[in-house]
Ligand binder design. Structure first.
Ligand code: NAD
Ligand code: TDX
Length: 361
């Protein structure tokens, strides 16, 4: 049975990936999920897998070399899928150091322990071992507002925020391991994800939650920054396909071919909420564009991201499957059905975070 070590599996994409993998492989794989449970990690995301015999959760920081190397020593890990990271751009502007620690140092520890476990005395690797580093399109910087400009795997790195700089650094470390040690890895650079279990500091769940509560909807700058949105299950599928069918040492860009301005996304969310809320529901009256509040722009706010997923399509046959209209309905339905999850996520520290982050905007 193949054993996966997933880092950051209690977060948004990691938990969706674990659900996807158990749905696809059921009892044919074993998953060990290593997560420090920071503010973004939530074991509620994994309630329906926690009792499986082929699932193990280990609470640990990825920067803890002793703990991570011990996991490799005690388990015959075949695949690493490395999600764990500090992931929120706005937080990285306020507090960059933790991003360097987790995203750069943590990735170095993961690489080091995997190499120690997998490398043979002649410098080759134990059979069929693979490391997949999950990264972002933000490493490529910002595109002009020209519909024909895209990020390709060959686009030079040009990160702007502390978050994207730390992710770019971690990508470079993985590249260095592949070049120096022929370490068996792949890198994937993905566009903005959305879907169930996304923490409400991010644009889409924040807007859904605020709108349902009749709170203001803070749009940065002129609202015309463009992001390329991908439904999270499509990302999970792409990661699995890259690891099984991709060429080792290659980078693959993963994108939704769904570029939209933030304000367009927000209007779609408001329209969809209106459609989905039953007539007579008192919340329905709150949900309106009157709540839209243009606030000051973020420092260094990248204008446009757009992935060209040509390579992954040509080599592996992956394409985004979920149209935005369908994906946003599924996402909103999930938040309707998981009101308590949102209440828990937005209690305590979140309130402080929200007040601090939005007070001077
Ligand atoms: P998230 O913030 O929802 O989850 C991150 C998880 O990592 C959490 O469970 C957290 O507890 C854990 N974690 C953080 N620091 C840790 C540490 N030091 N040790 C162990 N665990 C730690 O993030 P996400 O949105 O699920 O993103 C997952 C990965 O995908 C990240 O590497 C991110 O850079 C990348 N990515 C995200 C997006 C997106 O749109 N969200 C897009 C492209 C790439
Ligand atoms: O309140 C808000 N108002 C607003 O206008 C928030 C939270 C965001 N925005 C804007 C900023 C961005 O242009 O919406 C856009 C999307 O913002 P986020 O959801 O915070 O995502 P982004 O900054 O684009 O980064 C995301 O995609 C790439 C993830 O958080 C990263 O982890 C990933 O690598």
């Amino acid at each position: 049975m193949r054993t996966y070590l997933v880092t950051g599996g209690a977060g948004f994409i990691g938990s969706n990936y674990i659900h996807y993998m158990f749905k696809k492989y059921d009892n044919d794989i074993r998953i060990i999920n290593v997560d420090a449970l920071t503010y973004a990690g939530n074991l509620e995301n994994l309630k329906d897998v926690e009792n499986r015999d082929n699932y193990t959760f280990i609470k640990s920081y990825i920067c803890d070399k002793v703990a991570i190397c011990q996991i490799f020593a005690e388990n015959d890990i075949d695949r690493v899928v490395h999600f764990a990271a500090e992931s929120h751009v706005d937080r990285s502007i306020a507090e960059p150091e933790v991003f360097v620690r987790t995203n750069v140092l943590g990735t170095a520890v993961m690489l080091n322990c995997a190499r120690a476990a997998w490398e043979l005395p002649d410098g080759s690797y134990r059979k069929d071992k693979k490391f997949l580093h999950v990264s972002t399109d933000e490493v490529y910087g910002s595109l002009p507002e020209d519909e024909n400009a895209f990020f390709y795997e060959t686009t030079p790195y040009d990160p702007h925020s502390p978050y994207s700089a730390s992710k770019a650094s971690s990508d470079m470390l993985v590249k260095a391991y592949m070049d120096t040690y022929k370490f068996p890895a792949n890198i994937t650079n993905c566009s903005n994800n959305y879907g169930p279990y996304q923490f409400p500091e991010k644009f889409i769940p924040l807007m859904i939650n605020n709108a349902l509560q009749g709170k203001k909807l803070p749009v940065y700058g002129d609202g015309k920054n463009v992001r390329d949105w991908l439904y999270v299950e499509d990302h999970a599928k792409a990661i699995d396909m890259v690891q099984e069918q991709g060429r080792l040492f290659e980078t693959y860009n993963i994108g939704g071919h769904n570029e939209k301005q933030n304000i367009e996304i927000l209007n779609i969310i408001l329209d969809t909420l209106q459609e989905m809320l039953p007539d007579g529901d008192p919340i329905k009256a709150n949900v309106s564009s009157v709540l839209i509040n243009y606030v000051s722009d973020s420092k260094g706010h990248d204008r446009r991201y757009a992935i060209a997923p040509d390579k992954i399509k040509a080599e592996i046959g992956w394409e985004p499957e979920t149209m935005f209209k369908e994906g946003i309905r599924k996402t909103i339905r999930w938040y309707f059905e998981n009101e308590q999850w949102m209440k828990n996520a937005t209690s305590g520290d979140y309130q402080k975070y929200y007040e601090e982050m939005y007070k001077n905007r």
